[in-house]
Design a protein around this ligand. Structure first.
Ligand code: DUC
Ligand code: ZN
Ligand code: ZN
Length: 462
């Protein structure tokens, strides 16, 4: 009798805690059986012999279609970003809804929903970005949004038009604590950065490499210390996002030793890029302009250590794509002359997991279970999607990525699916790539070929 829609057979299954050989049975979009000899019960059998069968990736830090300044346009819409995510082994992504000053949260959310509705290849759940914490927003709009299931938001300590000062951070943390919302903090000291930018401009140091020298480790370390301290004063857990260096890691470790609840995230750019990449010929360094900027090899090593020893809980892309050779991208008329006008952000949603798999698992720096925790399970746990998402267990959504651990891929932007015109990882030689991806039991990619339809991805209320 056939009672399974799909059986995935013969693979090595891994979760955040265990690795085992078994078949997976899928029905009605859910995992309904873990066992042996399931093929005979299934209408469709996917042979995963010699492959790793992992939970679909969850990338909880992705920017899509966000307003990014006059004349600047992000390179991805929801269609291209989620297609790219899917080919990189992700089944859920969590983009941000940026509330522009003066606009209501409700309107912001409805605009992002109309951009995303029926246009996704992965499941999607939104965070907010809060940049204008007026009494009305904190007293009414934010509680209403959290009540409606938008339970996490990012705040910035940098960027002129986004940053919150300490009083605003405290007031926002205070409300988040009462609401049980999760706060993500971008830690860089805006005043220090602005001071350095002005110095660099006065000295006519305008090339892309100045982006790194005007956003030094000390600016991130200080802001991390402050965010952790303000959260301690309010007694709220925080997520410190895109940590780039050893000194910021130390601040997190110290905070935890004092008893603070801190979730820490890092990203691929802090493992395989350095500030030297911003020194590229012509204006090519602009391709690597993101904040915080990539650091040096000692900081790369510190980030690897943090991934291995459990300091980091989350490994996200901070995907934030702009075209390079375009007047609405990195080489906009002002950005082509002065680093401060180069839009901040790099693409990476498709390469996030292959980079960590190849450089981490295949090179012996982290094990497979840690890989799963860092790329899927901990994201689901942190943002309220677990155990529906982020694991392989009876009753969970059948969101599964089947990896060929030995497939050798040289990163070429021409082979990727995002809307940018370059990859910061061009030429990187990787081993291991997801070849087949299922979303809620539907085969979306089979043997690296798309079978999904636009709109197969759903919004996930939380
Ligand atoms: N920095 C951010 O804070 N967000 C998106 C991209 C970036 O570089
Ligand atoms: Zn950020
Ligand atoms: Zn970001």
């Amino acid at each position: 009798m056939t009672n399974l829609e799909i059986a995935i057979t013969g693979g090595t299954v891994a979760t955040a805690s265990d690795t085992f050989q078994c078949d997976i049975g899928i029905r009605d979009g859910k995992i309904v059986a873990l066992g042996h000899d399931l093929a005979q019960h299934a209408a469709d059998v996917i042979d995963a012999s010699g492959k790793f069968v992992l939970p679909g990736g969850i990338d909880s830090h992705v920017h899509i279609a966000q307003p990014s300044g006059e004349g600047i346009v992000m390179a991805d819409d929801f269609e291209s970003a989620t297609l790219s995510a899917l080919f990189g082994g992700n089944t859920t992504i969590m983009p941000f809804c940026l509330q522009e000053r003066g606009q209501s949260l409700r309107k912001t959310l409805s605009e992002y929903h109309s951009l995303a509705d029926h246009k996704c290849y992965t499941d999607v759940s939104f965070h907010l970005i809060i940049c204008d914490p007026t009494p009305e927003l904190l007293g009414q709009e934010l509680p209403a949004a959290v009540h409606d299931g938008y339970k996490s938001f990012k705040v910035f300590m940098t960027y002129d038009n986004l940053r919150l000062n300490d009083a605003e951070l405290l007031a926002t943390f205070d409300v988040a604590r009462d609401l049980g919302a999760t706060v993500m903090v971008h830690c860089e000291n805006e005043d220090a950065i602005r001071f350095l930018i002005e110095k660099h401009e006065a000295a006519n140091k305008l090339r892309p490499s100045s982006h790194a020298s005007t956003r030094p480790v000390a600016a991130e370390r200080e802001a991390t210390h402050r965010a952790v301290s303000l959260a301690e004063i309010v007694d709220i857990p925080v997520v410190i996002v895109h940590v780039s260096n050893g000194q910021a890691i130390d601040e997190i470790t110290q905070g935890r030793k004092r008893g603070s609840s801190i979730t820490a995230e890092t990203c691929p750019q802090y493992l395989v890029l350095t500030s030297a990449d911003l020194e590229g010929m012509d204006w090519e360094g602009a391709k690597f302009v993101c904040s915080p900027p990539p650091r040096d090899t000692a900081d790369q090593i510190a980030c690897w250590r943090g991934l291995k020893d459990g300091t980091f809980d989350l490994f996200s892309s901070d995907h934030c794509p702009f075209k390079y050779n375009s007047p609405d991208g990195k080489l906009n008329p002002r950005g082509a002359k002065n680093f401060r006008h180069i839009p901040n952000g790099i693409p990476g949603v498709e390469t996030r997991m292959p980079i960590l798999f190849s450089e981490g698992v295949n090179k012996g720096r982290i094990d497979l279970n840690r890989f799963v925790a860092l790329t899927a399970t901990n994201h689901a746990r942190t943002y309220g999607l677990y155990p529906r998402k982020g694991t392989i267990a009876i009753g969970s959504d059948a969101d599964i990525a089947i990896w060929d651990p030995d497939l050798e891929v040289t990163v070429r932007h021409a082979d990727l699916h995002d809307g940018a015109d370059y990859s910061p990882y061009e030429g990187l030689e990787l081993r291991g790539w997801p070849v087949t991806v299922l979303l809620r039991g539907k085969v979306m990619i089979r043997d690296r070929k798309l079978e999904a339809q636009l709109g197969d991805g759903q919004y996930l209320p939380r």
